[in-house]
Design a protein. Structure first.
Length: 380
């Protein structure tokens, strides 16, 4: 992986954890700085302790949250932890009870009750996230004990890098009233530079989304891709192993086998494999005329029909699945696969219908004809 792929794949590179990688990326930054600044409009944070590329999407996507978090309270806890660390020096130690007291004092909605297991469980998840990111270091104890006993203590050390977790804003954000305000703030006041805004928006979409689709709202961006396809292809392929594929109503950046720029599809997991198998079934249905592809290349079908496709996939291929997915009830299986496809922006729900995005049509999965026999040999 080159420095560009590393910066797009990681939240940040912490020197104390990945010293060799830190210097590798720092040495290569000169090759990519102009591209990152001009084509993406991204700011690079470089300190003696870390390197971070502040990645801002052209638009929010389902998979761009903190996937470990499932409840709103966990995001609130994270913000309060960051506020607490703001007043701590690097390498300063503190105990968990100091942090829980601070959270309790800052809680606005109602008094947070640490005797409630759900609250402790969610807070432990946030603490583990902070440790895994490198913002906190455990010097003594185990945060898991807190989920069992609200009197349990842990000795933490502030690493000092939490101040770089949030984006730097060049303006006062206290007047923001919706999530879209945060996404568009960097382009405020640049009406005279619409060309720059469009260019940065297009490159961000190509690098950070499953695909760019032509709609009434994106027609201008799609036209830019078609008009400058050779320039975009030449520039991106010169930086990484990738190819630009443009169709009538969609455009995709297809990565080579060894290229990694953040989360990519297909992934190396069973849900990704199952999604590819479902894609193969949908393609067979298209070829047989059982379903049709409209002009905009986005297939729409009733939810029940989509569920039958997932059920068909399980019945047809489940002997090739790991035990976890073989033993799932049909409802559990359908829910898991549907949620994954929506998370990866391959499908979505619109009222009583499901729509399948054109990106799924770019790939399909099949098992070999003798996969049942091969699976049996492996089990033995």
């Amino acid at each position: 992986m080159n420095a560009l792929e590393i910066l797009l794949s990681k939240r940040w590179i912490v020197k104390s954890r990945e010293k060799e990688l830190y210097y590798q990326v720092k040495d290569q930054l000169g090759e990519y700085r102009n591209f990152l600044n001009e084509k993406l409009g991204y700011h690079i944070v470089i300190t003696p302790n870390l390197i971070k590329l502040e990645k801002v999407p052209a638009q929010p996507e389902n998979w761009m949250g903190i996937l470990e978090f499932k409840e709103k309270i966990e995001y609130i806890f994270l913000c309060l932890v960051l506020m607490f660390l703001e007043d701590k020096e690097a390498e300063e130690q503190f105990v968990l009870s100091d942090l829980t007291e601070y959270v309790q004092s800052q809680w606005r909605e109602e008094e947070i009750d640490w005797t409630v297991y759900r609250n402790r469980r969610c807070f432990v998840k946030v603490l583990k996230f902070c440790v895994n990111c490198g913002m906190l270091k455990v010097d003594d104890g185990n945060e898991e004990n807190f989920s069992k006993d609200n009197e349990a203590e842990v000795l933490y050390e502030n690493t000092g890098i939490s101040r770089y977790f949030m984006r730097n804003f060049a303006m006062d954000i206290s007047g923001f009233t919706s999530p879209s305000d945060f996404g568009n703030n960097e382009w405020i006041g640049m009406d005279e530079d619409r060309g720059i805004i469009r260019r940065q928006r297009v490159y961000r979409k190509l690098l950070m989304t499953m695909g760019v689709y032509k709609t009434e709202d994106t027609e201008e961006d799609f036209l830019y891709i078609k008009n400058y396809r050779n320039i975009i292809q030449g520039e991106l392929s010169g930086l990484a192993d990738c190819n630009l594929h443009i169709h009538k109503n969609s455009a995709f950046l297809i990565l080579g086998e060894d290229c990694r720029m953040g989360r990519c599809f297909p992934e190396e997991n069973t849900l990704s494999d199952i999604t590819l198998l479902c894609g193969g079934i949908i393609r067979e249905m298209l070829e047989s005329g059982e379903i049709t592809c409209p002009v905009d290349e986005r297939i729409v079908m009733p939810v029940q029909k989509f569920i039958r496709i997932l059920e068909n996939c399980k019945e047809k291929y489940q002997e090739g699945f790991p035990k976890k997915y073989r033993e799932m009830t049909m409802n559990e299986f359908v829910t898991s696969v549907k949620q994954y496809m929506e998370e990866m922006e391959l499908a979505g729900t619109n009222g009583t219908d499901i729509y399948i995005q054109p990106a799924l049509g770019k790939m399909k999965g099949v098992y070999p004809d003798n996969f049942k026999l091969q699976k049996g040999e492996k089990d033995e």
